[in-house]
Design a protein around this ligand. Sequence first.
Ligand SMILES: [Zn+2]
Ligand SMILES: [Zn+2]
Length: 641
Amino acid sequence: MRMTLGEIKKMAKEVIPDGIPYTVDLEAGTIAIITPTPDAFSEQGNSLTVKLAKAVRRRIVIRPDPSILSSEEEVLETVKEIVPEEAGITNIWLDPALAEVTIECDDPAQAIGPKGANLVELRNSLGWLFRADRSPAIESRTLNNIRRYRKETADERRELLRKFGTRIYRPKRSSTPWVRLTALGSYREVGRAMHMVTTNESKILIDCGAKPTTNRSETQPFFDAPELLPLENIDALVITHAHVDHIGMLPVLFRYGYRGPVYCTPPTRDLMTLLQQDYIKVSKMESGDGAPYSLADIETCIKHVIDVGYGQKIDISPDIKMTMENAGHILGSSSVYLEIGEDKNLHRLLFSGDIKYEKSWLFDAATVRFPRVDSLVIESTYGGRSSFQPTRQEATEELQDLIRRTLAKGGKIFCPVFAVGRSQEVMVAIDQLFKSDDFTSDPCTVWLDGMISEATAIHASHPNFLNRDLRQQVLRGGDENPFNSPWFKTVDSRQRREQIVLDPSPCIVLATSGMMTGGPILHYLQHWAPNDRATLAFVGYQASNTLGRRLQEGYSEIQLSSDGKSYTVDVKCDVVTIDGFSGHSDRRQLLDYVNALNPKPRRIICHHGDDTVCNEFRKTLSETFKVRAAAPQNLETLRLL
Ligand SMILES: [Zn+2]
Ligand SMILES: [Zn+2]
């Protein structure tokens, strides 16, 4: 049921008894009731909030009116008075845009008090909304900066949330409903993902990635497609997950003037900020002219982010509702389910995003429980005829065997990894080996180079997005938290990196970038490629036209360059590929995923795979499931309704 802001206000007036003071406000798609008497909305047995949510069939939040909010100093002082010392407070974060206070502490149960008594007392005396979270084992610099920045820009954010909401609840345009999908990147290729959904009423974008390639003309999605302009006509941008091929070019849109909302999960928000900052750094080092955006563009982007949790259905435009669900691929990764239009013109469109349809060390398998999918846009990375992968268990055993053998001969292992996803997966596998009873050697140091430590801190800060076993280990902390183990050490300076490459003792290095297109991994490669006791181990996908792919294919010498000079390096080290650690489903899992959707989608669109792979997968899908399957080219548009 679609509504305008006027209709929502009218409905609120009918439900809320006279005499209770309130105003209706919008936080993007969420309806906020601002009131100096929040208690009137939450009294036991007579919850006005529930009544109101039922009437408007949308999420309602009750926010305290600014007139009843105490100052920041009073909040900090009173929290320390009311919360007992045993709670072990480490941080207190205020978000004035939402009137929320987060108390980070060692023992949240102590902070909350019996039946929530402490938090209720705080709310009653200070007006703010309180929550208590366990302090993360490793603090994330990125997350702390985002919280600080959000606090500084609270007034502006409040205005933006209202502006986004007003646009979502605008009056209906009376015309015949239709839906189209335009391919703006990642079709018949891996990289620069961008999709556009256009309806008779709105326009939204999904993802905005960069392509890892030496071909400069192909790094960006098709920003010059006329459909994209003017940018102010775009209602919303949705981000499936924080890999560079999905978020690398997002700040470019802000540089060009986009000022609409960006919807993503909180871990995606943190990870993408980290990776975009790194993208600027790496681009500067590798090509003189640097990235096509600046830190200021990344900040502007953060201001426009709307946090979305899994399973939360929200309006993102007048005729589109969106729900994000776990995609099992990396921290915070989502499949995006869109319900477009209503009644007999309802079209349900699912973007799988990058998916892992198997439980991994870190995440549960991708969700397949969607009410109904009319059209599915699915990734095809390993959709080719011969793309079968070993299970996670087999991959783990292979890696653990490799480590045992290499340590026995006093060698080194270096792995190119994405900072996000594969590195934490490999860390957990190594940790399990070093802690197991039948591991009789001494554990060696595992060096983490290039943002991996910070990415790991972000994992530790969002335990709710991990699978249950790991979440419990992380929350219990101490020795149980694998990310805390003493063998993991961060490469914190250039000097340290120099020491590591010259040190003859055995060790393991996990370094970025994942496809060896840049980053510190090249430094280890330069020194260790000629060393026949070293092992270069690939654990992730290597796209065509990358150095990683060439090494995997067995090149015996390679060209590297540093300080503007290029030189040749002989490759004498072992080169091994351990399949099965991938965050992507293999062919069998992709087919199982489609098979598990009930009922089957009527139309399937393949993207995110090399040219021939997309085509092979399309064929298989149409033969196996008797559905309309397509593998369009970039810039093509399909009509879905
Ligand atoms: Zn990905
Ligand atoms: Zn991807």
